[in-house]
Design a binder for this molecule. Structure first.
Ligand code: PGA
Length: 252
């Protein structure tokens, strides 16, 4: 059975002290109520990753990064490699977030390289895909998502692909307070699962976790997660408050 996952994407927020407080609060909330399924993941900024892995070491909380270099090592000032992330015990890394596609011009080809380098170092990519509002209005949202997934993931063999987590994040829903309806989310998630089925077969399709992201919060999570093909969420704003994030985690 596929894993359910609630992952927090902190983006570029919080001081070191605030990060420590938030993790402490989450650990307190999780103390008596931690579940194997869903898995809670926090994707913190780079400077707090080691703090996060240390603090959560004996808990069921997993830690992820928000970005990785496509290069193995060497003269790439300012970059962080997958082997570095692996060496501090990370489980996950977000790849292809729309903010990185937009502000850092990350292309499908580059994302493919990032996916490869993560898998080579045993880190599960949380691969984001999703359409712009104009693309939905033109009714090409399925084509857009299909292209994103095909170009950056479908070169993988089945065994490697089974370590990928997909996050469908309609760009118009990210940070806007406008959420996809439960119906829109389910429709796209079922479409994605079917693409995977065509490429890798039914068993693989059934084992891949497909998360929803975009203004998912403590109020709407339950309805979104009730969909058969929605296996959890990638949560931005609402992951910055322990109570809200924990509430989402308990929304299955
Ligand atoms: P949001 O962000 O929950 O603040 O909309 C989601 C994301 O960008 O991953």
């Amino acid at each position: 059975m596929r894993k359910k996952i609630v992952a927090g994407n902190w983006k570029m927020n919080k001081s070191f002290q605030e990060a420590e407080e938030l993790i402490e609060d989450l650990l307190d909330l999780m103390e008596d109520n931690a579940l194997e399924n869903p898995e809670m993941v926090i994707c913190t900024p780079f400077p707090y990753l080691e703090l996060a892995t240390d603090m959560t070491d004996e808990s069921l909380i997993s830690v992820g990064a928000q970005n990785v270099s496509e290069h193995e090592s060497g003269a790439y000032t300012g970059e962080v490699s997958a082997s570095m992330l692996n060496s501090i015990g990370l489980n996950y890394c977000i790849v292809g977030h729309s903010e990185r596609r937009k502000y850092f011009n990350e292309s499908s080809q580059l994302l493919k390289e990032k996916v490869d380098v993560l898998l080579n170092h045993n880190i599960q990519p949380i691969f984001c895909c999703g359409e712009l509002i104009e693309e939905r209005e033109k009714e090409i949202h399925f084509d857009i998502v299909k292209t994103q997934i095909t170009e950056s993931l479908f070169h993988l063999n089945k065994e490697a692909f089974e370590n990928v987590v997909i996050a469908y994040e309609p760009v118009w829903a990210i940070g806007t307070g406008v959420t996809a309806t439960a119906g829109q989310a389910q429709e796209m998630h079922a479409f994605i699962r079917n693409l995977i089925k065509e490429q890798y077969g039914e068993e693989t399709a059934n084992n891949i976790s497909i998360l929803y992201g975009g203004s998912c919060n403590a109020k709407n999570a339950r309805e979104l997660f009730a969909n058969p093909d929605v296996d959890g969420g990638l949560i931005g704003g609402a992951s910055l408050k322990a109570d809200d994030f924990y509430h989402i985690y308990k929304s299955f």
